[in-house]
Design a protein around this ligand. Structure first.
Ligand code: 5GP
Length: 190
């Protein structure tokens, strides 16, 4: 997606050879027009999959996932990382190791928001080692629902996430594929 790559070139900050900061338009300040286009693009790629629900993880997955859900005309469910007084009733949960925070945490969704047989699209902001997406897929499958695709805004293709997810049989669609962050420069695959 050329407009996304342009934003990454202009506003992305390479923090290390492993980590890209995009706080100017995705992870802190959010560009609503870009999010709308991202949502439309995911919807275009997955529309034929009969999606019932979009699932993401708080916080940074919510903006692109919400616009995708809007474009597909389906609800969005986001997994919580923090326990909350309002998160009551039976929960579906998974353990996720956070790449950026370097801590293991439990993510959870109220069981009432996912139903057996539903066709689910997972959306997230970044793909690194695939831990977040795997945790979300685990939760979806605990509910008896089916993951029909994984939509990623920025994939770091030099890390093993895509390979792991494909090995598990998931279809992964990424809007920008970063080949390397070496030398402080973002290089894309295509
Ligand atoms: P994974 O679970 O695939 O290892 O990492 C994906 C998660 O970690 C995403 O939900 C994202 O929030 C965060 N993440 C991974 N790599 C980066 C990165 O280079 N930059 C930012 N801003 N977040 C990242």
């Amino acid at each position: 997606m050329e407009q996304l790559k342009q934003q990454i070139r202009e506003h992305g900050v390479v923090l290390s050879e492993q980590v890209l900061k995009v706080d100017a338009f995705l992870n802190h300040q959010i560009d609503p027009v870009l999010m709308q286009r991202i949502g439309a693009e995911f919807a275009r790629r997955f529309r034929d999959q009969g999606i019932d629900k979009v699932v993401t993880i708080e916080v940074s997955g919510i903006a692109p996932a919400l616009m995708t859900a809007l474009a597909l005309g389906v609800p969005l469910v986001f997994a919580r990382k923090q326990q909350s007084l309002t998160l009551t009733g039976p929960l579906l949960s998974a353990q996720v190791y956070s790449f950026t925070k370097q801590v293991q945490s439990t993510i959870a969704v109220a069981a009432s928001h996912l139903k057996a047989g539903e066709r689910v699209l997972i959306v997230d902001d970044f793909l690194a080692h695939g831990q977040a997406a795997r945790g979300l897929a685990d939760i979806v499958e605990q509910a008896g629902a089916r993951v029909v695709g994984i939509g990623i805004v920025i994939e770091k293709s030099f890390q093993p996430g895509r390979g792991e997810l494909e090995r598990l049989g998931y279809r992964v669609e990424s809007l920008a594929r970063v080949a390397s962050l070496e030398g402080g420069e973002v290089r894309f695959i295509d």
